[in-house]
Write a protein that binds this ligand. Structure first.
Ligand code: GAR
Length: 192
């Protein structure tokens, strides 16, 4: 089976759905490693509960991005990781990782890119007053949420919808779309 690593910095609800999809047999791969750049992230409790190995690091302990990415590569190689899935990993990927995992790193973003890249995409969409937003899954390049788009799904913003409601509906959409799309990628069922 294909080994994948999930990178996350926060709550880890997407991490959890990916692991559950794997356990339910809807995702034909092993989530073999969680990489996390925050020692107090909630996603670490989830990894523990599901018995998924973790690599936790503090970027400040390294001289440069190249240094910590080199350490990440060592960890990934030890687990024979083929795909990297970013699920709320709030850090740009550098050339060290990109060159080693070319076209093998994907990210999920809570807007219809290229609208609202970067932080707080849901807040940005509400602020802009758009009627339609959604979720994007894309390949990762050196830019901020700029890589080639793999999959998108739209969602209609409700009249006077508040942030919590929109966030919840975006996340429900993510939790369905992400495992489905990863499955299509690892089973090679998708054009590159
Ligand atoms: C997700 O909504 C994901 O789309 C977003 O962070 C959230 C993580 O939630 N990612 C970005 O905004 C990337 N720019 P989770 O930790 O509960 O999976």
């Amino acid at each position: 089976k294909t080994n994948i690593a999930v990178f996350a910095s926060g709550t880890g609800s997407n991490f959890e759905t990916i692991v559950k999809a794997m356990e339910a047999g809807r995702l034909d791969c092993n989530v073999s490693l969680l990489v996390c750049d925050k020692a107090d992230a909630k996603v670490l409790d989830k990894a523990k509960a599901f018995n998924i190995p973790t690599f936790v690091f503090n970027p400040k302990d390294y001289d440069s991005k190249a240094d910590f990415e080199q350490e990440i590569i060592t960890q990934l190689e030890a687990k024979q990781i083929e795909w990297i899935v970013l699920a709320g990993y709030m850090r740009l990927i550098g050339t060290t990782l990109l060159s080693q995992f070319e076209s093998k790193i994907i990210n999920i973003h809570p807007s219809l890119l290229p609208s609202f890249p970067g932080k707080d995409a849901i807040g940005q969409a509400l602020e802009a007053g758009v009627k339609i937003t959604g979720v994007t899954i894309h390949y990762v390049d050196e830019g901020m949420d700029t890589g080639k788009i793999i999959e998108q799904e739209a969602l209609r913003v409700r009249e006077k919808e508040d942030r919590d409601s929109l966030q919840q509906r975006i996340q429900e959409l993510e939790h369905r779309l992400f495992p489905e799309t990863i499955q299509r990628l690892v089973s090679n069922n998708l054009e590159k």
